[in-house]
Design a protein around this ligand. Structure first.
Ligand code: AMP
Ligand code: GLY
Length: 418
Protein backbone atom coordinates (compact mmCIF):
# COMPACT_ATOMS: atom_id res chain seq x y z
CA UNK A 1 0.00 0.00 0.00
CA UNK A 2 0.93 3.63 -0.35
CA UNK A 3 0.52 5.09 3.15
CA UNK A 4 0.73 8.73 4.19
CA UNK A 5 1.82 9.23 7.81
CA UNK A 6 1.08 12.69 9.23
CA UNK A 7 3.52 14.07 11.78
CA UNK A 8 7.19 14.65 12.50
CA UNK A 9 8.07 13.12 15.87
CA UNK A 10 9.55 9.96 17.31
CA UNK A 11 6.14 8.27 17.20
CA UNK A 12 5.79 9.00 13.50
CA UNK A 13 9.32 7.75 12.86
CA UNK A 14 8.38 4.46 14.58
CA UNK A 15 5.13 4.21 12.57
CA UNK A 16 6.95 4.94 9.27
CA UNK A 17 9.81 2.58 10.04
CA UNK A 18 7.48 -0.30 10.94
CA UNK A 19 5.33 0.20 7.83
CA UNK A 20 8.37 0.59 5.53
CA UNK A 21 9.86 -2.60 6.95
CA UNK A 22 6.66 -4.43 5.93
CA UNK A 23 7.22 -3.27 2.37
CA UNK A 24 4.68 -0.44 2.19
CA UNK A 25 5.46 2.73 0.27
CA UNK A 26 5.49 5.33 3.03
CA UNK A 27 5.18 9.09 2.62
CA UNK A 28 5.62 11.23 5.72
CA UNK A 29 4.11 14.70 5.96
CA UNK A 30 6.23 16.49 6.99
CA UNK A 31 8.45 13.79 8.53
CA UNK A 32 11.93 14.41 9.94
CA UNK A 33 15.55 13.62 8.95
CA UNK A 34 15.38 10.13 10.45
CA UNK A 35 12.23 9.29 8.48
CA UNK A 36 13.73 10.80 5.33
CA UNK A 37 16.49 8.19 5.47
CA UNK A 38 14.03 5.44 4.57
CA UNK A 39 10.80 7.00 3.30
CA UNK A 40 9.62 9.86 1.16
CA UNK A 41 8.93 13.11 3.01
CA UNK A 42 6.82 15.99 1.77
CA UNK A 43 5.76 19.44 2.92
CA UNK A 44 2.76 19.47 0.57
CA UNK A 45 -0.60 19.92 2.35
CA UNK A 46 -1.89 16.53 3.52
CA UNK A 47 -5.26 17.11 1.82
CA UNK A 48 -3.49 17.33 -1.54
CA UNK A 49 -1.84 13.88 -1.23
CA UNK A 50 -3.10 10.56 -2.53
CA UNK A 51 -2.72 7.24 -0.76
CA UNK A 52 -4.46 3.95 0.07
CA UNK A 53 -4.34 4.86 3.76
CA UNK A 54 -3.70 7.96 5.87
CA UNK A 55 -2.38 7.51 9.43
CA UNK A 56 -2.55 10.67 11.55
CA UNK A 57 0.11 10.62 14.29
CA UNK A 58 -0.39 13.61 16.61
CA UNK A 59 -3.48 14.84 18.46
CA UNK A 60 -3.47 18.45 17.25
CA UNK A 61 -4.48 17.76 13.60
CA UNK A 62 -7.09 15.24 14.81
CA UNK A 63 -8.64 17.80 17.17
CA UNK A 64 -8.48 20.22 14.26
CA UNK A 65 -10.61 17.88 12.10
CA UNK A 66 -8.00 16.63 9.61
CA UNK A 67 -9.47 13.11 9.59
CA UNK A 68 -12.94 14.55 8.80
CA UNK A 69 -11.59 16.61 5.91
CA UNK A 70 -9.77 13.60 4.44
CA UNK A 71 -12.83 11.35 4.84
CA UNK A 72 -14.94 13.97 3.11
CA UNK A 73 -12.61 13.47 0.12
CA UNK A 74 -13.33 9.73 0.23
CA UNK A 75 -9.96 8.76 1.72
CA UNK A 76 -9.30 5.88 4.11
CA UNK A 77 -8.11 7.35 7.42
CA UNK A 78 -6.77 5.85 10.63
CA UNK A 79 -7.52 8.43 13.32
CA UNK A 80 -10.75 9.76 14.86
CA UNK A 81 -12.71 12.73 13.60
CA UNK A 82 -12.92 15.94 15.58
CA UNK A 83 -15.86 14.67 17.65
CA UNK A 84 -13.93 11.64 18.99
CA UNK A 85 -10.66 13.56 19.26
CA UNK A 86 -12.26 15.84 21.83
CA UNK A 87 -11.64 13.02 24.30
CA UNK A 88 -8.10 14.37 24.30
CA UNK A 89 -8.83 17.92 23.14
CA UNK A 90 -10.95 18.70 26.18
CA UNK A 91 -10.43 17.09 29.55
CA UNK A 92 -13.88 18.33 30.53
CA UNK A 93 -15.43 16.36 27.64
CA UNK A 94 -13.34 13.31 28.55
CA UNK A 95 -14.58 13.49 32.14
CA UNK A 96 -18.18 13.83 30.93
CA UNK A 97 -17.88 10.70 28.79
CA UNK A 98 -16.19 8.89 31.69
CA UNK A 99 -19.05 9.82 34.01
CA UNK A 100 -21.74 8.82 31.49
CA UNK A 101 -20.01 5.50 30.79
CA UNK A 102 -19.42 4.82 34.49
CA UNK A 103 -15.64 4.53 34.15
CA UNK A 104 -13.49 4.44 37.29
CA UNK A 105 -11.64 7.76 37.36
CA UNK A 106 -10.70 10.56 39.77
CA UNK A 107 -13.38 12.92 41.08
CA UNK A 108 -12.96 16.37 39.56
CA UNK A 109 -14.40 19.80 38.95
CA UNK A 110 -13.75 22.45 36.28
CA UNK A 111 -13.18 26.14 37.10
CA UNK A 112 -12.83 29.44 35.34
CA UNK A 113 -12.99 31.38 38.60
CA UNK A 114 -9.93 31.53 40.84
CA UNK A 115 -11.68 31.92 44.21
CA UNK A 116 -13.94 28.93 43.53
CA UNK A 117 -10.93 26.87 42.42
CA UNK A 118 -9.07 27.75 45.63
CA UNK A 119 -12.06 26.75 47.77
CA UNK A 120 -12.25 23.37 45.99
CA UNK A 121 -8.50 22.79 46.45
CA UNK A 122 -8.82 23.53 50.16
CA UNK A 123 -11.53 20.88 50.43
CA UNK A 124 -9.28 18.17 48.87
CA UNK A 125 -6.55 16.00 50.37
CA UNK A 126 -3.06 15.93 48.79
CA UNK A 127 -1.71 15.13 46.23
CA UNK A 128 -3.31 18.11 44.46
CA UNK A 129 -3.78 17.74 40.71
CA UNK A 130 -4.29 20.80 38.49
CA UNK A 131 -4.73 20.48 34.70
CA UNK A 132 -5.39 22.78 31.78
CA UNK A 133 -8.68 21.92 30.07
CA UNK A 134 -7.18 22.30 26.58
CA UNK A 135 -4.18 20.70 24.87
CA UNK A 136 -0.77 21.42 26.39
CA UNK A 137 1.52 18.75 24.85
CA UNK A 138 1.49 16.63 28.02
CA UNK A 139 2.89 19.49 30.07
CA UNK A 140 -0.27 21.11 31.42
CA UNK A 141 -0.52 18.96 34.55
CA UNK A 142 0.78 19.75 38.02
CA UNK A 143 0.78 17.06 40.72
CA UNK A 144 1.95 18.34 44.09
CA UNK A 145 1.68 17.77 47.84
CA UNK A 146 1.98 21.54 48.37
CA UNK A 147 -1.30 23.50 48.51
CA UNK A 148 0.41 26.87 47.94
CA UNK A 149 2.10 25.55 44.81
CA UNK A 150 -1.23 24.19 43.55
CA UNK A 151 -2.88 27.60 44.07
CA UNK A 152 -0.05 29.44 42.33
CA UNK A 153 -0.42 27.04 39.39
CA UNK A 154 -4.20 27.63 39.19
CA UNK A 155 -3.58 31.39 39.15
CA UNK A 156 -0.92 31.12 36.41
CA UNK A 157 -3.11 28.87 34.25
CA UNK A 158 -6.29 30.95 34.60
CA UNK A 159 -4.44 34.19 33.86
CA UNK A 160 -3.42 32.77 30.47
CA UNK A 161 0.25 33.46 31.22
CA UNK A 162 1.23 29.79 31.54
CA UNK A 163 -0.64 28.06 28.70
CA UNK A 164 -2.58 30.75 26.87
CA UNK A 165 -6.17 29.87 26.01
CA UNK A 166 -5.71 26.18 26.90
CA UNK A 167 -5.37 27.21 30.56
CA UNK A 168 -8.35 29.58 30.81
CA UNK A 169 -10.30 26.73 32.28
CA UNK A 170 -8.65 24.43 34.82
CA UNK A 171 -9.59 20.97 36.00
CA UNK A 172 -8.86 20.06 39.60
CA UNK A 173 -8.82 16.34 40.31
CA UNK A 174 -8.67 13.96 43.19
CA UNK A 175 -5.06 12.69 43.42
CA UNK A 176 -4.65 9.01 42.59
CA UNK A 177 -1.64 6.95 43.65
CA UNK A 178 -0.08 3.93 41.95
CA UNK A 179 2.03 2.87 38.97
CA UNK A 180 0.87 3.99 35.54
CA UNK A 181 0.27 1.92 32.42
CA UNK A 182 -0.51 2.98 28.85
CA UNK A 183 -3.09 0.71 27.26
CA UNK A 184 -3.33 1.43 23.53
CA UNK A 185 -6.41 -0.06 21.89
CA UNK A 186 -7.13 0.00 18.18
CA UNK A 187 -10.80 0.78 17.53
CA UNK A 188 -12.71 0.21 14.26
CA UNK A 189 -15.89 2.06 15.16
CA UNK A 190 -17.31 -0.95 17.00
CA UNK A 191 -14.67 -3.12 18.58
CA UNK A 192 -11.46 -2.43 20.49
CA UNK A 193 -8.32 -4.60 20.42
CA UNK A 194 -5.50 -3.83 22.84
CA UNK A 195 -1.89 -3.79 21.68
CA UNK A 196 0.76 -4.98 24.11
CA UNK A 197 0.69 -2.70 27.16
CA UNK A 198 3.50 -0.20 27.73
CA UNK A 199 4.62 2.01 30.58
CA UNK A 200 5.85 5.56 30.20
CA UNK A 201 8.02 7.75 32.45
CA UNK A 202 6.39 11.18 32.56
CA UNK A 203 8.71 12.99 34.97
CA UNK A 204 11.93 14.59 33.77
CA UNK A 205 14.31 13.20 36.38
CA UNK A 206 15.37 9.85 37.84
CA UNK A 207 13.18 8.55 40.66
CA UNK A 208 10.09 10.22 39.10
CA UNK A 209 11.17 13.66 40.27
CA UNK A 210 11.03 16.98 38.43
CA UNK A 211 8.35 18.37 36.13
CA UNK A 212 5.95 16.38 33.95
CA UNK A 213 7.06 16.00 30.33
CA UNK A 214 5.65 14.46 27.17
CA UNK A 215 7.43 11.23 28.23
CA UNK A 216 11.11 10.45 28.93
CA UNK A 217 11.12 6.74 28.17
CA UNK A 218 8.93 3.68 27.89
CA UNK A 219 8.98 -0.08 27.90
CA UNK A 220 6.76 -2.97 26.88
CA UNK A 221 5.55 -5.42 28.14
CA UNK A 222 4.69 -4.33 31.69
CA UNK A 223 5.32 -7.14 34.19
CA UNK A 224 3.04 -5.63 36.88
CA UNK A 225 0.11 -5.37 34.42
CA UNK A 226 -0.66 -8.97 33.50
CA UNK A 227 -3.42 -10.49 31.36
CA UNK A 228 -6.00 -10.35 34.16
CA UNK A 229 -5.53 -6.64 34.86
CA UNK A 230 -5.51 -5.94 31.13
CA UNK A 231 -8.80 -7.81 30.67
CA UNK A 232 -10.28 -5.89 33.59
CA UNK A 233 -9.15 -2.53 32.17
CA UNK A 234 -10.62 -3.43 28.77
CA UNK A 235 -13.94 -4.53 30.31
CA UNK A 236 -14.26 -1.67 32.83
CA UNK A 237 -12.75 1.23 30.89
CA UNK A 238 -12.03 0.84 27.16
CA UNK A 239 -15.09 -1.17 26.08
CA UNK A 240 -17.67 0.92 27.97
CA UNK A 241 -16.01 4.07 26.58
CA UNK A 242 -16.35 2.76 23.01
CA UNK A 243 -19.97 1.77 23.72
CA UNK A 244 -20.68 5.28 24.99
CA UNK A 245 -19.06 6.83 21.90
CA UNK A 246 -21.33 4.70 19.71
CA UNK A 247 -24.38 5.85 21.69
CA UNK A 248 -23.25 9.45 21.15
CA UNK A 249 -23.15 8.82 17.40
CA UNK A 250 -19.35 9.04 17.23
CA UNK A 251 -17.76 6.66 14.70
CA UNK A 252 -14.34 6.30 16.31
CA UNK A 253 -11.65 4.72 14.14
CA UNK A 254 -8.12 4.98 15.41
CA UNK A 255 -6.21 4.49 18.64
CA UNK A 256 -7.97 4.92 21.95
CA UNK A 257 -5.12 5.21 24.44
CA UNK A 258 -6.18 4.75 28.05
CA UNK A 259 -3.69 6.18 30.53
CA UNK A 260 -4.29 4.05 33.61
CA UNK A 261 -3.27 4.25 37.23
CA UNK A 262 -3.12 0.93 39.05
CA UNK A 263 -4.58 1.98 42.39
CA UNK A 264 -5.29 -0.26 45.36
CA UNK A 265 -8.92 -0.29 44.15
CA UNK A 266 -7.97 -1.48 40.66
CA UNK A 267 -7.14 0.24 37.36
CA UNK A 268 -8.45 3.80 37.11
CA UNK A 269 -8.51 6.10 34.12
CA UNK A 270 -6.14 9.07 34.24
CA UNK A 271 -6.78 10.28 30.70
CA UNK A 272 -7.71 9.25 27.19
CA UNK A 273 -5.49 10.08 24.25
CA UNK A 274 -6.71 9.67 20.70
CA UNK A 275 -3.46 8.50 19.04
CA UNK A 276 -0.48 6.28 19.66
CA UNK A 277 1.59 7.33 22.67
CA UNK A 278 4.94 8.99 22.23
CA UNK A 279 7.27 7.33 23.25
CA UNK A 280 5.01 4.27 23.74
CA UNK A 281 4.70 3.79 19.96
CA UNK A 282 8.48 3.40 19.78
CA UNK A 283 8.33 0.26 21.95
CA UNK A 284 4.96 -1.15 20.84
CA UNK A 285 4.97 -0.89 17.03
CA UNK A 286 8.49 -2.02 16.02
CA UNK A 287 8.10 -5.01 18.35
CA UNK A 288 5.28 -6.34 16.15
CA UNK A 289 5.69 -8.88 13.38
CA UNK A 290 4.44 -8.00 9.90
CA UNK A 291 0.83 -6.90 9.41
CA UNK A 292 0.51 -3.45 11.00
CA UNK A 293 -0.40 -1.73 7.73
CA UNK A 294 -3.20 -4.21 6.99
CA UNK A 295 -4.47 -4.04 10.55
CA UNK A 296 -4.68 -0.23 10.58
CA UNK A 297 -6.31 -0.19 7.13
CA UNK A 298 -8.93 -2.71 8.30
CA UNK A 299 -9.66 -0.63 11.41
CA UNK A 300 -9.96 2.49 9.25
CA UNK A 301 -12.43 0.63 7.02
CA UNK A 302 -14.49 -0.48 10.03
CA UNK A 303 -13.69 -4.20 9.90
CA UNK A 304 -10.67 -5.01 11.96
CA UNK A 305 -9.09 -8.48 11.83
CA UNK A 306 -6.49 -9.97 14.14
CA UNK A 307 -3.63 -7.75 15.34
CA UNK A 308 -0.10 -8.55 14.14
CA UNK A 309 1.85 -11.04 16.25
CA UNK A 310 4.58 -9.77 18.58
CA UNK A 311 8.14 -10.57 17.51
CA UNK A 312 10.31 -8.93 20.21
CA UNK A 313 9.60 -10.18 23.74
CA UNK A 314 10.93 -6.95 25.26
CA UNK A 315 11.43 -3.37 24.09
CA UNK A 316 12.62 -0.25 25.91
CA UNK A 317 13.20 3.32 24.77
CA UNK A 318 15.12 6.14 26.41
CA UNK A 319 14.40 9.71 25.32
CA UNK A 320 17.29 12.14 24.91
CA UNK A 321 15.96 15.66 25.44
CA UNK A 322 17.39 19.09 24.73
CA UNK A 323 18.97 21.15 27.51
CA UNK A 324 16.28 23.25 29.21
CA UNK A 325 13.44 20.82 28.31
CA UNK A 326 10.55 20.96 29.16
CA UNK A 327 10.34 24.66 30.17
CA UNK A 328 12.62 26.23 27.56
CA UNK A 329 14.47 23.76 25.32
CA UNK A 330 17.65 25.15 23.78
CA UNK A 331 17.92 24.11 20.14
CA UNK A 332 20.71 24.26 17.57
CA UNK A 333 23.26 21.88 19.14
CA UNK A 334 25.09 19.45 16.82
CA UNK A 335 24.25 15.77 17.30
CA UNK A 336 26.85 13.10 16.64
CA UNK A 337 26.91 9.31 16.80
CA UNK A 338 23.33 8.59 15.66
CA UNK A 339 24.37 6.52 12.65
CA UNK A 340 26.86 4.43 14.62
CA UNK A 341 24.26 3.83 17.34
CA UNK A 342 21.63 2.87 14.77
CA UNK A 343 23.75 0.05 13.36
CA UNK A 344 24.07 -1.74 16.71
CA UNK A 345 22.24 -5.06 16.96
CA UNK A 346 18.72 -4.76 18.41
CA UNK A 347 18.79 -0.95 18.35
CA UNK A 348 16.67 1.65 16.57
CA UNK A 349 17.22 5.37 16.99
CA UNK A 350 14.01 7.30 16.32
CA UNK A 351 14.27 11.01 15.57
CA UNK A 352 11.92 13.50 17.22
CA UNK A 353 13.31 17.04 17.49
CA UNK A 354 16.07 16.95 14.87
CA UNK A 355 16.71 18.82 11.64
CA UNK A 356 19.38 18.76 8.97
CA UNK A 357 21.83 21.67 9.18
CA UNK A 358 23.24 23.58 6.18
CA UNK A 359 26.26 21.27 5.94
CA UNK A 360 24.19 18.08 6.28
CA UNK A 361 24.96 17.81 10.00
CA UNK A 362 22.18 16.80 12.37
CA UNK A 363 20.93 19.53 14.72
CA UNK A 364 18.73 19.66 17.82
CA UNK A 365 15.43 21.31 16.81
CA UNK A 366 12.94 20.42 19.54
CA UNK A 367 12.47 19.43 23.18
CA UNK A 368 12.54 15.69 22.82
CA UNK A 369 15.36 15.03 20.38
CA UNK A 370 15.83 11.26 19.99
CA UNK A 371 14.14 8.12 21.25
CA UNK A 372 16.80 5.44 21.53
CA UNK A 373 15.21 2.00 21.53
CA UNK A 374 16.48 -1.48 22.33
CA UNK A 375 14.80 -4.80 21.48
CA UNK A 376 15.65 -8.20 22.97
CA UNK A 377 14.26 -11.39 24.40
CA UNK A 378 14.52 -10.04 27.96
CA UNK A 379 13.86 -6.56 29.37
CA UNK A 380 17.30 -6.18 30.95
CA UNK A 381 18.92 -6.80 27.57
CA UNK A 382 16.58 -4.39 25.76
CA UNK A 383 17.47 -1.70 28.31
CA UNK A 384 21.19 -2.48 28.10
CA UNK A 385 21.02 -2.12 24.32
CA UNK A 386 19.26 1.24 24.53
CA UNK A 387 21.78 2.59 27.04
CA UNK A 388 24.78 1.23 25.09
CA UNK A 389 23.46 3.09 22.04
CA UNK A 390 22.97 6.29 24.06
CA UNK A 391 26.62 6.10 25.13
CA UNK A 392 27.59 6.56 21.47
CA UNK A 393 25.37 9.62 20.90
CA UNK A 394 26.37 13.11 21.89
CA UNK A 395 24.95 16.62 21.92
CA UNK A 396 25.63 19.49 24.28
CA UNK A 397 23.49 19.38 27.42
CA UNK A 398 21.59 16.18 26.51
CA UNK A 399 19.19 15.15 29.26
CA UNK A 400 18.03 11.58 29.74
CA UNK A 401 16.92 9.39 32.60
CA UNK A 402 19.18 6.59 33.76
CA UNK A 403 16.41 4.58 35.44
CA UNK A 404 14.03 3.73 32.57
CA UNK A 405 12.48 0.31 33.19
CA UNK A 406 13.71 0.05 36.79
CA UNK A 407 10.23 -0.84 38.02
CA UNK A 408 9.88 -3.51 35.32
CA UNK A 409 13.14 -5.11 36.36
CA UNK A 410 12.28 -5.19 40.06
CA UNK A 411 8.75 -6.48 39.34
CA UNK A 412 10.29 -9.14 37.07
CA UNK A 413 12.68 -10.25 39.84
CA UNK A 414 9.82 -10.51 42.33
CA UNK A 415 7.74 -12.69 40.03
CA UNK A 416 10.78 -14.94 39.42
CA UNK A 417 11.11 -15.46 43.18
CA UNK A 418 7.39 -16.16 43.61
P1 AMP B 1 -2.46 13.73 31.95
O1 AMP B 1 -1.93 14.74 30.98
O2 AMP B 1 -3.85 13.95 32.37
O3 AMP B 1 -2.16 12.34 31.54
O4 AMP B 1 -1.53 13.84 33.23
C1 AMP B 1 -0.14 13.69 33.14
C2 AMP B 1 0.38 12.94 34.34
O5 AMP B 1 0.01 13.57 35.56
C3 AMP B 1 -0.19 11.54 34.46
O6 AMP B 1 0.48 10.63 33.66
C4 AMP B 1 0.01 11.27 35.92
O7 AMP B 1 1.36 10.94 36.20
C5 AMP B 1 -0.27 12.61 36.55
N1 AMP B 1 -1.68 12.67 36.94
C6 AMP B 1 -2.71 13.09 36.17
N2 AMP B 1 -3.88 13.01 36.82
C7 AMP B 1 -3.60 12.51 38.04
C8 AMP B 1 -4.40 12.21 39.20
N3 AMP B 1 -5.72 12.41 39.22
N4 AMP B 1 -3.76 11.71 40.28
C9 AMP B 1 -2.42 11.54 40.28
N5 AMP B 1 -1.62 11.80 39.22
C10 AMP B 1 -2.19 12.29 38.11
N1 GLY C 1 3.66 9.37 26.47
C1 GLY C 1 2.45 9.99 26.78
C2 GLY C 1 1.65 10.41 25.66
O1 GLY C 1 1.90 10.08 24.52
O2 GLY C 1 0.69 11.13 25.89
Amino acid sequence: MRIVVVGSGGREHAICDTLAEEGHQVVAAPGNPGIAARAEVTTEPVESLDADLFVVGPEAPLVDGLADRLRAQGKLVFGPGRDGAMLEGSKNFMKRVAAEAGLPTAAFAAFEDEAAAFRYLESMAPPYVVKTDGLAAGKGVLVTEDLAEAKADVAAKLSGSAFGEAGRRVIIEEGMVGPEVSLLAVVDGERAIALRPAADHKRLLDGDRGPNTGGMGAYSPVPFFGAELEARAMAEIVEPAVARLIEMGIDYRGVLYAGLMLTSAGPKLVEFNVRFGDPEAQVVLPALGAGLGEFLAQAAAGEMGDPPPVRHAAAATVVMAAPGYPEAPRVGGVISGVEAAGTMAGVKVFHAGTKAGPGGELLVSGGRVLSVTGFAGRMEDALARAYAAIARIHFEGAQYRSDIGARALSAGRQSEKA
